[in-house]
Design a protein around this ligand. Structure first.
Ligand code: NAP
Ligand code: GDD
Length: 388
């Protein structure tokens, strides 16, 4: 009897040992990202895949030979217009950065080499009307992903989409990696948390975690509520006779505007370095909203002149009013002036922006003209992006 008991105990001990060995091997495998070794391809997981940068980054990583996974949330409408051309090549996975469970599930399934966290409530004015959900997505969303990485596989590299909005009421010009933050909106404050927690997980847990402090970057895929696309789209509509004029807010705000297609390369370059760090990404040139409007009208052969002051100021093409000022678009606290010093990115990453201001304006206005001519106003306007 005792013998039988001993044998049973020994068997059970052997079983336990085998299980624990299995566990060790599995966790070792996880650390080495076995799927990458097997397929020979790196795996990139992009949150915010349906946004402007998500679309450009997905294309960039596919061209670099990555397996690209796009993390997207459930929506009531199809939101894949920006990545329609890549749908067959990207693997879409459903989740929400505010839902830790969904992040854990996706990371366990994919075990990516690199995570690019682009998900955000990114429209600054909406951060005053929806401050708490902005914080949940932009701040808690970041720590959710970092926690999942820490627990599941600390070898996964992490990119955080930080922003020049954090400089806000700027303490020095141009802004560098060492410039003090002074957030001017719930958006900027939430992003400052994302920045610091990314840096903190790097320092606390030795996780490879980068902050790309990106200045405004635009493209024909930019949401129509952001000022550049609002202008290019409105100017195209005016040129084609669909609209008389458009309304605008503070035209004296200045931004360092670059091209989104150039900026996704900087994100990737940061993730290929030996050590993770914070980088300012911008062009080193700044222009006002007013200049963007003037240049856009010039592109369509309708040069404008300004008349009046403040809220009575108007932009005229010949005798026609084509731009009006509306306080509706003023913000409770404004970021007046942004200008990047991207010297570190140039020196350490070898990154320089390729697209100049005038080329960017031309690209955006021409794209809106082409789309309107091709689809007409009604079809083109059905896009969910036309809300402001
Ligand atoms: P965007 O076009 O507004 O895209 C934001 C993306 O985040 C969308 O795909 C959106 O999905 C997704 N998202 C929002 N809430 C989410 C949630 N709870 N869970 C999962 N996904 C969620 O922004 P972008 O211009 O591409 O910018 C990308 C990132 O860079 C953002 O974090 C932004 O704050 C930051 N950034 C942008 C700039 C710039 O000038 N573009 C500059 C500096 C930093 P839906 O389609 O479902 O809404
Ligand atoms: N959107 C908008 N609409 N902005 C206007 C308007 C208008 O009618 N009129 C003037 N502006 C001014 C805003 O007051 C702001 O000073 C400037 O144009 C740029 O506004 P947005 O294009 O909405 O961008 P943003 O600078 O507030 O934020 C963008 O860039 C950040 C990086 O600095 C967003 O992409 C953020 O997500 C990003 O972090």
């Amino acid at each position: 009897m005792t013998n039988e008991k001993n044998i049973k105990e020994s068997f059970s001990k052997i079983k336990e040992d085998i299980n624990s060995l299995k566990y060790d091997i599995n966790s070792l495998k996880t650390q080495q990202n076995p799927r990458v070794e097997n397929s020979g391809k790196k795996r990139g997981l992009i949150t915010g895949i349906t946004g402007q940068d998500g679309a450009y980054l997905a294309e960039f990583l596919l061209n670099k030979g990555y397996e690209v996974y796009g993390f997207h949330r459930r929506t009531s409408m199809d939101v894949f217009d920006r990545i329609g051309h890549l749908r067959k090549e990207i693997k879409l996975v459903e989740g929400d950065v505010t839902d830790l469970g969904s992040i854990i599930r996706v990371i366990k399934e994919i075990n990516p080499d690199e995570i690019y966290n682009l998900a955000a409530q990114s429209f600054v004015p909406d951060s005053w009307t929806q401050p708490i959900s902005t914080v949940e997505i932009n701040a808690l969303g970041v720590i959710n992903i970092l926690e999942a990485i820490r627990i599941l596989n600390p070898r996964i590299k992490f990119y955080q989409a930080s922003t020049s909005e954090m400089f806000g009421k700027v303490h020095e010009t141009p802004q560098t990696e060492n410039t003090l933050f002074h957030p001017r909106s719930p958006y900027a404050a939430s992003k400052a948390f994302g920045y610091y927690i990314t840096q903190n997980y790097r320092e606390s847990y030795n996780i490879f975690a980068c902050n790309g402090v990106l200045f405004n970057h635009e493209s024909s895929k930019r949401g129509k509520q952001f000022v550049t696309r609002k202008i290019s789209h409105s100017v195209a509509k005016i040129k084609l006779g669909y609209q008389e004029y458009f309304e605008i807010g503070n035209m004296d705000a200045k931004r360092d505007w670059g091209y989104a297609g150039d900026y996704v390369e900087a994100m990737w370059l940061m993730m290929q370095k030996e050590k993770s760090d914070n980088y300012v990404i911008g062009t080193g040139e700044t222009h006002s909203v007013r200049e963007f409007i003037e240049e856009s009208f010039k592109m369509v052969g309708m040069p404008i002149k300004w008349e009046g002051k403040g809220i009575n100021e108007v932009g005229k093409y010949k005798d026609r009013i084509v731009v009006k000022v509306s306080p509706k678009f003023y913000r409770p606290a404004e970021v007046d002036y942004l200008l990047a010093n991207p010297a570190k990115a140039k020196k350490v990453l070898g990154w320089t922006p390729k697209t100049k201001f005038k080329e960017l304006v031309k690209m955006m206005v021409e794209s809106d003209l082409d789309r309107l001519k091709k689809y007409g106003l009604q079809e083109e306007d059905k896009s969910r992006l036309d809300s402001h």
